[in-house]
Design a protein around this ligand. Structure first.
Ligand code: URA
Length: 435
């Protein structure tokens, strides 16, 4: 096979076979094809797309480029996971994994770090002193067996093709391609060992996808490619124009996750957790219908079974439950400042994208992979859109990792809030479900 033939085929809008993709991707991973040729092929994919069958083939080839977790001996429960395209204040994985485990699933959860305005599950977990997010393979498998779920980070040997391709896409304006995004997400998810998935595809100012139309296209591509791979999935298209929940920041989001497990989380977070947990149970086939799924969900939350799994996970992965519980409500940065309502009326909107950008200065997220994050930085919202406010009232508090960060973040953060004299109709959280 010639590399130029592969590039020309995509340039001419033709479909690649499994054998072609396998040869091309393997050769790129082992260093026999230079970046400039792969860049040309990537741009051809961006411009001419891929069919769902072809995307499934690319996904398969990418999975095969590295190590996969073999969890096939875990036959007594279905292996199900979720994937979110990420957003500001998106901590859903943290309460969802123990709930899904308590409902009767195995959840092998592999997560990432904060980058840009989007938070990272690993950074949130590491705000608990001692909590380890780089588990050895045997630990990951053992904790899943013992507690139904475990949380770990991706290692270098998981889908090396994605690591190389993503780095190249990033510098050649080739990130924005639905088939490439689909294969990137699915290959990493399959490598962790799960078999069915629930996708939360977010759109809005605080998300990777800025428009609902693009989010829908990605959701369709994910579910249709999953079908071609012979696996079950559900995709939710959800709103990320306003930060999710009342707490944004690393430890603050651990705290809010704990509240969810006590059934006391904010409404928008609870809606998403419940819906995703129920679809995970349905995808795993452990319930017959949505009604049964909801009953099981409420039972594991009300009984404290899900919370027990969350606390057991903290101990398994190196944290201390005693220490975690003592930190609740008090582990805050000394550098803080309040945000005050500038008028009497209603909060019209809190722009998630702007909050995310302020979060970079506060120390919640990373502008570059090398940046460090602060466990105690973040924002607590006392009011959200639609809430009544009086002029001078404290509506949020920002915490920063440093005084300089706080000074830089405050003017940005204040610009995230808009007010109205009229009552405000809130946008719905879940906009569409692809089942
Ligand atoms: N997230 C991924 O995992 N891959 C992409 O290509 C884009 C977003």
């Amino acid at each position: 096979m010639l590399v130029t033939e592969i590039i020309a085929k995509k340039r001419d809008k033709l479909e690649h076979s499994y054998e072609e993709l396998k040869w091309f991707i393997d050769a790129y991973v082992d260093g026999s094809i230079p970046d400039y040729q792969v860049s040309a092929w990537l741009m051809a994919v961006v411009l001419n797309g891929m069919s769902f069958e072809e995307t499934a083939r690319l996904t398969q080839v990418m999975i095969e480029s590295g190590k996969t977790y073999n969890l096939q001996h875990l036959t007594d429960r279905p292996l199900v996971d979720k994937h979110s395209t990420g957003g500001v204040g998106d901590k859903i994985s943290l309460p969802l994994a123990p709930i899904a485990a308590a409902m009767g699933l195995y959840v092998p959860m592999m997560s990432g770090r904060a980058l840009g305005i989007t938070g990272g599950t690993l950074d949130k977990l590491e705000s608990i002193p001692g909590y380890r997010t780089q588990l050895k393979d045997y630990e990951f498998i053992q904790y899943i067996e013992e507690n139904g779920y475990a949380m770990t980070g991706q290692t270098q040997d998981i889908v090396p093709a994605d690591r190389l391709l993503y780095a190249l896409r990033d510098v050649t304006a080739c990130v924005e391609s639905i088939p490439l995004i689909t294969a990137s997400i699915l290959s990493k998810k399959f490598a962790e060992g799960a078999q069915s998935f629930v996708f939360d595809v977010k759109w809005g100012t605080g998300a990777f996808m800025k428009s609902a139309t693009d989010a829908e296209k990605l959701a369709e591509s994910l579910t249709k490619t999953m079908q071609r791979l012979g696996r079950r999935s559900v995709a939710l298209i959800t709103n990320m124009n306003e930060p999710l929940g009342l707490k944004m920041g690393n430890f603050l989001e651990m705290e809010e996750s704990y509240l969810c497990l006590e059934g006391k989380g904010p409404q928008d977070v609870m809606i998403l957790v419940e819906r995703q947990a129920c679809y995970m149970a349905l995808a795993g086939g452990i319930v017959k219908n949505m009604e049964e799924a909801k009953e099981l969900y409420h039972q594991v939350v009300a009984s404290g079974k899900a919370k027990d799994r969350f606390l057991k996970n903290i101990e398994q992965q190196g944290g201390s439950v005693k220490e975690f519980e003592a930190m609740l409500g008090v582990y805050r940065s000394e550098h803080y400042q309040d945000i005050i309502a500038t008028t009497t009326g209603y909060i019209q909107h809190i722009d998630a994208g702007v909050v995310g950008r302020a979060g970079l200065n506060l120390g919640v997220g990373r502008a570059t992979k090398q940046d460090t994050v602060s466990p105690v930085a973040g924002v607590e919202f006392y009011k959200k859109s639609g809430d009544k406010v009086s002029e001078g009232e404290v509506i949020a508090r920002a915490y920063a990792g440093s005084i300089t960060g706080l000074k830089l973040a405050m003017p940005i953060l204040e610009g995230a809030f808009s007010f109205s004299n009229e009552k405000v109709v809130k946008q719905s959280m879940i906009q569409k479900e692809l089942i």
